[in-house]
Design a binder for this molecule. Structure first.
Ligand SMILES: Cc1cc2nc3c(=O)[nH]c(=O)nc-3n(C[C@H](O)[C@H](O)[C@H](O)COP(=O)(O)OP(=O)(O)OC[C@H]3O[C@@H](n4cnc5c(N)ncnc54)[C@H](O)[C@@H]3O)c2cc1C
Length: 444
């Protein structure tokens, strides 16, 4: 935000193209980014709705002043509605064709994409298409403890970092894997489900960089809008809500080491049992997790599944976007090119294209579409539509550096065997409370 998109998330100098995902942060909040990206999705959808309301007011004023009734045709969604098709391509979605045009096309059904698709399709007059490269979730992606296995499955893009001189020693050519989620829910299918938001100062810094509307007090309502927190002690907290789609709970499986760990924190002078979503510094507490009854709550489960019967929301999986078509003269983004079943297809956006392909693929798609650093695009023989510093502020945390302790007592360990143990599976499936719900010590 600031160099590639403006504070309304529109790509600078391009019309009809917005980025709504974790790649927009100019300063990374001091947290894992699931909840912050859900917040971006909520706010991004509101920014679009506000713009559309302003546009309608403008058009109505135009109609009254010049009586250009012909313009009503533009607002007529009849042809789409007449088809009345509950369209879901492939198993998520049945097997009906993708239409030729939609009001909004969302690229990527990850965290940002699922939220924005839900909120935009609240308006029955708007048609929304989501194009997702990967596939749908299964019951196995619901099991929190298998996360580390999912990172090397087809639910991840399989990226590796460039060779690292002083790190990644355990990997071939010093190249660590760089997991990024692929499929309905994106990285929220493979993430560790810690619910965090970051500090007040993080968002105040983002606003102070010239991004109006992104200070903590501006974004808190969007965190609350998305949250459904069932932790008993937070039911009356002004910093939590029970009305949103994203379920947050305490982990049911409770290793005894967790209490010892928190107790030890207290002995060292840390505040204990803090609400770290409000005051994330210098304390110890149990985890707040994005699960429900011990099952993962991905962005797809929270935001797309509940509304999958909306006639105006179409979701196509196994659909890999290869380019956004932008008119080089008008700089208007109008169409999306994608690959499905080995066939190149295009679909037209009447209002906007929303890029939610995540922190690696969104910049890549912008560059493939002619938006990026001029010299870099020229090196790859990509015609330059807009010279912007795309990809220059890429940040990620690869992992959490933590102290490791040897203890006398071993708590249950997850391995391939325990995942396929029918008794453990049944316990988790029915009650969500065995260690398949989480690896015990991660819960503090
Ligand atoms: C291993 C791991 C653990 C994590 N743990 C936590 C945690 O515990 N707590 C937390 O808060 N955060 C965590 N995160 C971070 C959090 O999940 C992400 O920051 C967040 O999901 C990012 O959302 P996004 O919308 O930017 O991208 P994503 O959720 O990654 O979504 C991008 C989507 O776009 C699709 N896509 C990409 N390119 C294309 C294309 N060309 N065409 C069509 N579709 C495309 C992808 O398949 C994907 O579905 C973790 C992330 C990872 C990878």
């Amino acid at each position: 935000m600031g160099t590639v998109v403006n504070d309304r998330l529109q790509v600078i100098g391009i019309q009809g193209l917005r980025v709504v995902d974790s790649s927009i942060f100019p300063h990374i909040p001091s947290a894992h980014l699931y909840a912050p990206t859900v917040m971006v999705g909520e706010k991004g959808a509101d920014l679009i709705k506000i713009m559309e309301i302003n546009l309608k007011i403008f058009i109505l004023t135009l109609l009254f002043t010049t009586s250009i009734f012909a313009q009503l045709d533009h607002l007529n969604y009849g042809p789409f509605q007449q088809q009345g098709i509950p369209f879901r391509e492939n198993n998520f979605l049945g097997a009906r064709p993708i239409l030729r045009e939609y009001d909004f096309i969302v690229i990527g059904a990850g965290t940002g994409g699922c939220v924005v698709a839900n909120r935009l399709s609240e308006n029955p007059n708007w048609s929304v298409l989501v194009l997702e490269s990967g596939k749908d979730e299964t019951v196995y992606t619901d099991i929190p403890a298998v996360t580390s296995f999912l990172e090397s499955s087809e639910y991840s893009w399989g990226y590796t970092v460039e060779p690292v001189k002083n790190g990644c020693f355990g990997f071939k050519k010093n190249r660590c894997p760089w997991p990024k989620g692929k499929g309905m829910g994106g990285s929220s299918i493979i993430n560790d489900m810690y619910y965090q938001r970051g500090k007040r100062e993080d968002y105040d810094i983002i606003a102070s960089l010239g991004n109006d509307g992104w200070a903590y007090d501006d974004v808190l309502p969007y965190f609350l809008k998305s949250e459904n927190n069932s932790i008993p002690e937070y039911q009356n907290s002004p910093f939590h809500s029970q009305k949103g789609n994203l379920h947050v709970e305490r982990v049911r499986y409770h290793s005894t080491l967790v209490d010892k760990f928190i107790e030890a924190g207290g002995e060292l002078g840390l505040k204990v049992n803090i609400d770290y979503t409000v005051d994330p510094e210098h304390g110890a507490s149990r985890l707040q997790a994005t699960t429900i009854n011990g099952r993962r709550v991905s962005a797809s489960k929270a935001f797309v599944r509940p509304v999958k019967d909306r006639q105006n929301l179409h979701v196509a999986i196994f659909s890999q976007v290869t380019k956004i078509l932008i008119d080089p003269k008008t700089k208007l983004a109008t169409e999306v090119e994608f690959l499905k079943r080995d066939k190149n297809r295009t679909v037209y956006a009447k209002k906007e294209i929303i890029l939610s392909a995540g922190p690696i693929n969104s910049p890549q798609l912008l560059m493939l579409s002619g938006i990026g650093p001029r010299d870099h695009l020229k090196n790859h023989r990509i015609p330059v539509i807009k010279d912007l510093q795309v990809g220059r502020n890429l940040q990620d945390h690869y992992g959490t550096v933590a102290l490791e302790f040897i203890v006398n007592q071993t708590s249950p360990v997850i391995n391939q065997q325990s995942i396929s143990d029918p008794h453990l599976f049944e316990e988790w499936f029915k009650y969500g409370r065995v260690h398949l719900q989480y690896q015990g010590e991660w819960t503090a």
